[in-house]
Design a protein around this ligand. Structure first.
Ligand code: TRP
Length: 418
């Protein structure tokens, strides 16, 4: 069998110039969607074709069977992100479920690149889901803040990055993670405190060649050497031995990593090196992207205020942004809409309801009534505005209560309830 890394090299060779296009050309070539840790775009109004991506990346579709198994094992309904295939793909999830069934431990690992202080709704998705996983499976969680990554990629100063990191950590804490089961760390400060982490980083670095990272990430001759070494730093938290103060002598506890699909390249690499280091391969569960307000061709992005809803937006800003910018899949006129109905697949208000309206029956009612033309775009937007305003104002309330001491508690090197 081909290794996952080599497999990707073959695939990127088949894509020809595609893998070099990051530097040369950020547009989508032909009908191929662009999805990597730095770019997400598609030519289609329905957004990225996730089924094609599963084949291209070589991951597995999250089937109803596996969701069913999750429900049986945990004795509860799966999260609506799973029911609606917002988390749509995985690697080795069954290995983790089997461990859970056998009452063997595993842990969760996710992260955030603190490129700016302003989090938007899209940033919430992996964290909402990670919190659900933590509560459902009652497992420890480590959260990596890749301040080093953003320093290398974004041209910001160390001070700016540190500030953004702290602000982001407060937002993450505001989401309600359990301090007794959650360790949050920033690479810049953790590396100096934990030799075991750095040891795993260089073990990964010795096991991956420049040629391989070029194949996976498209690095070129003019990329700084920090970028070339960075993937090992995102890989290392996949191994329990990076956190001796949590896992003690248990060096081979496997991990489940919830992340957006654009992070998969890092873990494809990690899975490839893990056996060489006699470590378990990380399992993954991947999400789709929250589309930008103006359409699903791109994801929500912090650099475009009119395309994003920030966690700091006021109720009024939320209302205006959705009303003004949310792309409508409805008819051009009311008459036309009543006659032909709306297209939920491209309608951003409907797409956001899929993410944020928990009630399945209500969502299906919206789908039916909007598709038939009975409901107008304005009706969908009105419902959505109310839901988003509530989520954001609740977050702002929670965020106000997060103190500097709480940040220190989450970041302290300590044992977790485990
Ligand atoms: N690179 C990610 C980002 O830019 C942050 C990250 C680090 C991460 N480790 C992770 C995301 C593990 C998901 C899972 O946002």
């Amino acid at each position: 069998m081909m290794s996952e890394v080599n497999n990707i090299e073959v695939i990127s060779d088949q894509l020809g110039d595609q893998k070099l296009s990051k530097e040369v050309n950020n547009d989508v070539n032909g009908d191929e969607d662009k999805v990597d840790p730095w770019n997400v775009c598609s030519n289609s109004a329905t957004g990225v074709d996730y089924d094609k991506l599963i084949v291209r990346f070589g991951c597995s579709k999250l089937t109803d069977d596996i969701l069913q198994r999750m429900e049986t094992l945990t004795n509860q309904r799966v999260h609506h992100f799973l029911r609606r295939k917002i988390f749509f793909s995985h690697r080795d999830l069954h290995v983790i479920l089997k461990r859970y069934e056998e009452k063997q431990p595993f842990f969760l690992y996710t992260g955030r690149g603190p490129s700016s202080s302003a989090l938007h709704l899209g940033h919430l998705i992996p964290f909402i889901f990670t919190k659900w996983l933590q509560e459902t499976f009652n497992v420890p969680l480590v959260i990596q803040m890749t301040d080093d990554e953003k320093y290398l990629w974004k041209g910001l100063s160390i001070d700016e990055i540190k500030k953004a990191t702290k602000e982001n950590i407060k937002d993450i804490i505001a989401m309600g993670f359990d301090v007794n089961k959650t360790f949050i760390f920033s690479d810049l400060s953790f590396i100096g405190k934990c030799p075991a982490f750095y040891e795993n980083i260089i073990k990964v670095q010795r096991s991956v060649t420049f040629n391989q990272v070029k194949g996976i990430f498209g690095f070129g001759d003019s990329d700084c050497i920090g970028k070339i070494g960075f993937p090992a730093i995102q890989a290392a938290p996949s191994f329990s031995s990076s956190f001796p103060f949590i896992f003690k002598e248990k060096k081979d506890i496997p991990v489940l990593i919830p992340c957006a699909i654009d992070q998969d390249p890092y873990f494809r690499m990690t899975r490839d090196v893990a056996p060489k280091l006699s470590k378990p391969k990380p399992a993954l569960i991947h999400s789709t992207f929250l589309p930008a307000l103006t359409g699903a061709q791109t994801k929500m992005s912090a650099s475009d205020p009119n395309n994003s809803i920030f966690l700091t937006d006021s109720a009024n800003q939320i209302k205006n942004k959705i009303n003004r910018y949310a792309f409508s899949g409805g008819g051009a006129t009311i008459d036309e809409h009543r006659a032909n109905g709306g297209n939920c697949d491209i309608d951003i208000a409907f797409q956001y309801l899929k993410f944020f309206l928990e009630d399945d029956n209500r969502l299906e009612q919206y789908r039916t009534d909007y598709s038939s033309g009975q409901l107008l775009t304005g009706d969908l937007k009105k419902e959505l505005i109310g839901i988003i305003q509530k989520i954001v104002s609740q977050h702002q309330e929670n965020r106000k209560k997060v103190t500097d001491e709480m940040v220190d508690q989450f970041m302290a090197l300590r044992n977790l309830n485990f």
